[in-house]
Design a protein around this ligand. Sequence first.
Ligand code: PEP
Ligand code: MG
Length: 757
Amino acid sequence: MATTSASSAREILTGLHDVMASKASAQAKLNKVVNIIAEAMASEVCSIYLLRDGVLELFATVGLKQTAVHVTKLALGEGLVGTIAKDVAVLNLAEAASHPEFAYRPETGEELYHSFAGVPIVRKERSIGVLAVQHADPRAYDEIEIEALQTVAMVLSELIANAGLADKASVPIDNRDSGTARLLGQKLVLGLAKGHAVYHQPRVLIEHTVAEDIEAERHRVYSAFRKMREQIDAMTSAPEFGTVGEHQEILETYKMFAYDEGWSRRINEAIDSGLTAEAAIERVQQRTRMRMREIDDPLLAERMHDLDDLANRLLRIVSGQLGTAAQMALPSDAILIARNLGPAELLEYDRRKLKGVILEEGSLTAHVTIVARAMGVPMLGRIRDVRRQISEGDFVLLDGNEGVAHVRPTGSVEEAFEAKLAATQKQRAEFAAFKSLPSITTDGERLTVGINAGLRDDVEALALTGADAIGLFRTEFQFLVSATLPRREAQQRLYKAVLDAAGDKLVVFRTLDIGGDKALPYLRSDHHEEENPAMGWRALRLSLDRSALMKTQARALLEAGGGREILYIMFPMISEPWEFDAAKALVEEQKAWMIAKRKPVPLKIEYGAMLEVPALAEMLDQLLPKIDFLSIGTNDLTQFLFAADRSHPRLAERYDWLSPAILRFLQRVVNAARDHKVPVAVCGEMGGRTLEAMALIGLGIRRLSITPAAVGPIKAMIRSLDRGEAMKFLEELLESPPADMRAALAEWAEAHGVAMA
Ligand code: PEP
Ligand code: MG
């Protein structure tokens, strides 16, 4: 069967090859194509209909009346041709007139013909036309003939798209992504965005479908398979340093498909029929997608989706189109669609054009989420099958506040969204009014609200929000956006620019926190097999081992702070007090060297420790006397307290920051710091949420460092809060915690008129 199918299609493709390469007009080419197909299939009629302005127009025919060309038109869903285009499905009928959708068109003279077979001409998974053959005998076409027609339709889609003959892929492929859709996801970054969908890994557009040299195409596919298998093997056996999202389960499925003989055989057969490597992969994929639409079993459908993913990977390899959308021309209103992203990948996007992000995975405190928050880009996570639900170019309204994405929305949905947008802009303007007001509670306590930053541009947020400080400057972001290790001069320039821009507001520089989900391709773990990178060789552990890296950074910081009053330096992921000593000694050593060389240094350095590893909380009596300030990183701290990976999509909503375990833990730390008179701040994402921040203040926290967008709402909350009352309430609450801590806090806030955004 397979070989006959291949030769049948091959016969036609050989004929088409010269037509495609000729300089004739597109119309002349189509006229020739129908003749070639009709002859090869010994059919009396062969016609091509193309979608123009939403209507299917007879464009070329042999067998039907020529006067009907450009005259006969069918709406989508009308007649057999309209049904094929609408459903993106094949029709194979022995007696055309007996089909319920049959619509007789006298101008064509088609009453002479009984049997009918038609296939959709597909581009970007959508119909742009229909190719049909008809016979006078009432007989159904066999599978080989249908296969051949589908292969030819694929080649035609190239010709049609290149000539710009049809509408740009406008008919949705199936019911699932037709019309408007409302997708529910997890709110990762609040905010509203509207724009057009862009795939992080764009679908490969196939430029050449007919092979010049079949053996060469086969060779290309073989080597692409080899490369893809190597990639998958590398991912499964040794997860890349810090790779996020590619979870074991998916990787196992990838692996299964990557080695699936059936798949590679089918691609090979498609090459035999005369297709290029790209077209052959796509042809097999089209068949799979068609089957996918008929599958009811959600698990199986998901697996097929993984196969689709893998086919795209194979296509990217074979076509050499390896870049992400960040390297391509973005629309000015891009809504990025991806299974998952690393923070560095997100940072590659042009901030002016990126309006929103929708992920299939994602979690609240994964660094990619933190980066999106810092970029002010609303983000929605955990939307199943996102790339089947949203097509490239779809218009999307992303409501990060409600956790909803409206895809291809109706006018009324868009209107409601616009109203919401206007309301949030108004609210933002109201929050902006807090810019010049201090963060003082109703009982007169002045608190500090700083921002978290990481890039030079983030500093602007200091002035825009009226925040008191940069409470956390994540120095690794500069490393994440660079292709190579940033040199000392570049580091120093950044730190100096940040200090200059911050003016008299303090900046706390955190030394490199590389590792975990912040992978640097140019700096890999010595031990490739990090199974738990978040608990692996990261942050200060890496910096102390690679002391040259840390010394360079220390020098850059000291140079940037040269001659200034105070420089604030903080070390991440300290697990035991000696690590603080070692890190401080390293900086002091650099300082001494600079002094010896008569280079300007800061007059004073304040050293801080981040508390993110629970073990350190047991050693506070030893740590606190050594340090100038403490900053609690609740993102890492909670992942370690609950033993729940902060990047794991399945655990994304499982544990609450407002759980008694976390709050009690924090209470203990705050009390110890108070006893040692060491200032303590919270710089994790928790502090940027109004209810959580209220609880933290109730525990005695006076300093928060948060994402810039949260400054307004947090200030509003602080200015409506009686700190003394909140502290009393928290004390009581933690003595005997209620089952639902969150509800109890929300109720209290409401009863006490605390402004909650
Ligand atoms: C934290 O862990 O809470 C923190 C602030 O650091 P990061 O999110 O960069 O790990
Ligand atoms: Mg951390």
